[in-house]
Design a protein around this ligand. Structure first.
Ligand code: GLV
Ligand code: MG
Length: 304
C-alpha cells in the first residue's frame, strides 16, 4: 500500500486551496464535502471537486473525497456525483462518523454499481472509514472487515471527544482533571490493533492549533511511536513535520537494513543456517528481523 504519512484536508468549496494542495509533498489529499463545507455550499463543492480531480497538475498524492455521513441527506449524491464525474481520478472515499458495518457495505454496493456504469476497474475505489464516535469504536472490527475496499482506519478526535462527552475543547490535549495517563490511549490502541489485525493503515486525525508546530510534533510523535502510519495535516506548515515523523529516522532505517542483511546471511546455508546470530553486540533472531522488516518497509515506501 502507498504510504499515508501526511493526509492533507482541503475544503471542497475552496478552489484556491485545492489548487495549492496539488503542489504540496503530501502522501494523500482529501477534498472535503463534510464538516468543512456549509450545508448550502455542498452542491457547488461537488462540482468544484469533480473539476479539480479531472484537472491536470496532480503529483503522486492519493486523491480522496470525504463525503457526508449516512445519517444526512447528502451522502448518496456526494458519491454519485464524484464517481460519475471523476471516478478514474479517485483513489478512495473517506466515510465519516461510521457506526457499523452496514454503512460500509452500503457504500461498497453503491461504488460497485458506479464503477460498472462508468467502466472503472472493479474495486479501484477504496474506503477509509473514520472512527469518531463510541458506536464506531465498539463496532470497529466489523467495520474494518465489512468490505475488501477498506484500506485504512482513521481517527476523528474532535467528533470522538464530543461523542463521549470528554471534558475538553482542545483536540489532542489531555482533559483537565485527568492526570493519570493518556486519555486517548485506549481509543488509539483499539484503532491501531484493529488496523494491524486486518492489514490496514492506521491514520491519526487533525491537530487544530495550526500555529503550534511543537504541539503538532508532540501529538504526531505520540501516535507515530505507537505505530500509526500517518496523520492529517491542515496547513502546509504541518506537512514536513508529518512526513518526517511518520518516516523512520535514517539511522534506524540503515540499522534495520543491516539487521535484515545479517539475518539473511546467518540463516543461509553459506552463513551456517543459524536461527540466532550476533550483529556487533546485538543478538538477532527471527523476532528482531520482523521488527526490522517493519522499519525497512516503511523506509523503502518513503523512498529512503
Ligand atoms: C475529524 O473529522 C474530527 O472529528 O476530528
Ligand atoms: Mg469529524
Amino acid at each position: 500500500m502507498k504510504p499515508r504519512r501526511s493526509v492533507l484536508a482541503v475544503p471542497g468549496s475552496n478552489p484556491k486551496m485545492i489548487a495549492k494542495a496539488k503542489g504540496l509533498p503530501v502522501d494523500e489529499v482529501f477534498l472535503d464535502l463534510e464538516d468543512a463545507v456549509a450545508p448550502g455550499a455542498k452542491a457547488a463543492a461537488r462540482a468544484n471537486i469533480v473539476a479539480a480531480l479531472n484537472d491536470s497538475g496532480w503529483g503522486e498524492q492519493l486523491r480522496v473525497v470525504r463525503v457526508n455521513d449516512w445519517t444526512t441527506q447528502w451522502t448518496y449524491a456526494d458519491v454519485i456525483s464524484v464517481v460519475d464525474g471523476a471516478g478514474t481520478a479517485l483513489d478512495a472515499i473517506l466515510l465519516p462518523k461510521v457506526t457499523d458495518a452496514g454503512q460500509v457495505r452500503a457504500l461498497d454496493l453503491l461504488l460497485s454499481q458506479l464503477e460498472r456504469a462508468n467502466g472503472i476497474r472493479p474495486g479501484r475505489i477504496g474506503i477509509e472509514p473514520q472512527i469518531e464516535n463510541a458506536l464506531g469504536l465498539r463496532n470497529i472490527d466489523e467495520i474494518a472487515t465489512a468490505s475488501p475496499r477498506v484500506q485504512t482506519l482513521v481517527f476523528g478526535p474532535a467528533d470522538f471527544m464530543a461523542s463521549i462527552n470528554m471534558r475538553t475543547l482542545v483536540v489532542g490535549e489531555q482533559p483537565e482533571g485527568y492526570d493519570t495517563g493518556d486519555a486517548y490511549h485506549h481509543i488509539l490502541m483499539t484503532i491501531l490493533l484493529t488496523a494491524r489485525a486486518h492489514g490496514l493503515q492506521a491514520i491519526d486525525g487533525p491537530y487544530l492549533q495550526i500555529r503550534d508546530i511543537d504541539g503538532f510534533r508532540r501529538a504526531a510523535g505520540r501516535t507515530a511511536a505507537l505505530g500509526f502510519d500517518g496523520k492529517w495535516v491542515l496547513h502546509p506548515s504541518q506537512v514536513d513535520a508529518a512526513n518526517e515523523i511518520f518516516s523512520p529516522r535514517q539511522a534506524d532505517y540503515d540499522h534495520a537494513e543491516m539487521i535484515l542483511d545479517a539475518y539473511a546471511y546467518h540463516t543461509s546455508a553459506e552463513g551456517g543456517a543459524r536461527g540466532a546470530a550476533m550483529l556487533g553486540d546485538e543478538m538477532i533472531d527471527e523476532a528482531s528481523a520482523k521488527m526490522a522488516v517493519v522499519i525497512a518497509e516503511k523506509g523503502r515506501a518513503a523512498g529512503m
